[in-house]
Structures are given as C-alpha cells and as structure tokens.
Design a protein around this ligand. Structure first.
Ligand code: FES
Length: 205
C-alpha cells in the first residue's frame, strides 16, 4: 500500500511539473483549476511548494513516542492547524492550562486551504494513524475562501482514502476559532479516542 502512496505522490509532482512547464511555454500566468481540489495554483509558487513540503514532512517525521504506552496503543496524530484561528486556539488552550491530547503533533499552516492532499497522504505513509485539519469558521478565513476549498477537498480526500483501504474516520476536519480553546482541547481528546478505537493504521506493502 505504501508504494501506491509514493506512486501517487510522485505522479502528482510530475503532473504539476508538466503543468508548470506547459504554462511557461504557453505564457499562461497562473493555473486556474486542478482536478483534485479546484484550488488555484500560482505558477511562481511551485518552488516554494517544494521547499515547504520538505519542511512539513520533517515535522511529520519528527521523533515520536512508541505506538504503545503501558501496553495500550497510542495513536500518532498529525494536526494541520491554520495559523490565524485554530493554531491560536490551540495556543490559548496551552496558555489557559487546558489539557489537550499529547498524541497530537501540530503542523502550522497559513490557511487550512494550504494543506495539500499530498501532505495528508505523506503523513499516513510516514506513520500517522490519524490526521486532523482545523481552520477558521466560514467567513473568517484570512484568504476569503480557503476554508471552502478545504471543505471540498476534504470530501474528495475521503473518497481517495477509501480507495486506498483507509478508514475515512482517520481524517477529520474541524473549524476552530482563536477563542475556542475548549473546543480544541475537546476535539483533540475525542479524535484521539476515535483513532485509538480504530487501532494502528496498517498499510500493506
Ligand atoms: S486563514 Fe484560516 S482557514 Fe484560511
């Protein structure tokens, strides 16, 4: 299964590279729509995306505890949090000393719309048992419609996960504002329990 993910990842990279070269040859300023998520891909951001991908992959592969603590399975959860709302909410939970799940590894993104589907696939391939995406409420997105695109992408991603034999409950999307520290704390425990019940993610090789 892991090699199928890698192939998907490589295929998407080659696809965007060819798209970029094609647009450069034709003199097109930006790519309007891609088939995965309908999100605009500025041509000049291609290199930036590559650099950021590496950064985020590093965060995902950061040293994590063993999958079992005292004989009980402890899931590894990667949370992509929007900088402007959900990350601030998680920060407020910490400052307010609200307990939140220690199983969550946070990756801060500038918008939930920045979470490329390839990040999620990579997180699962690299050993995450669950992935949480959290962004601003509708109408609060700093980039106007980033979270609408995230919602559409989320629905498509669930279909893709199903095709790879991954339970769609391992992926969760939530809207958490900067003042909703309790909500972040509650969801972190809820999602951890849910993934713990599902057990470790087994990708066939
Ligand atoms: S800025 Fe938070 S979801 Fe777009």
């Amino acid at each position: 299964m892991a090699h199928r993910f890698r192939r998907f990842d490589r295929f998407s990279q080659i696809f965007f590279w060819l798209l970029g070269v094609g647009c450069w040859v034709l003199g097109v300023e930006s790519v309007k729509i891609c088939i995965i998520c309908e999100i605009c891909v500025p041509l000049k951001a291609m290199n930036l995306i590559k650099i950021e991908d590496k950064m985020e992959a590093n965060a995902v592969t950061a040293k994590r505890p063993e999958g079992k603590v005292n004989g009980q399975f402890e899931p590894k959860i990667v949370a992509f949090l929007c900088n402007w709302c959900s990350y601030a909410g998680a920060d407020l939970a910490g400052v307010s000393r609200l307990p939140s799940s220690p199983n969550i590894r946070v990756v801060r993104t500038m918008c939930s719309g920045r979470v490329d589907p390839a990040f999620i696939m990579r997180a699962f391939t690299l050993g995450a048992d669950g992935v949480l995406i959290a962004g601003c409420h509708f109408g609060d997105c700093h980039y106007i419609e980033g979270n609408f695109k995230t919602m559409r992408r989320y629905e498509l991603l669930k279909l893709v996960l199903r095709r790879f034999g991954i339970d769609e409950r391992r992926l969760r999307l939530e809207w958490i504002s900067a003042s909703e520290a309790e909500k972040f704390a509650r969801i972190s425990f809820e999602f951890t329990d849910q993934v713990r019940e599902l057990g470790p993610l087994q990708l066939k090789t």
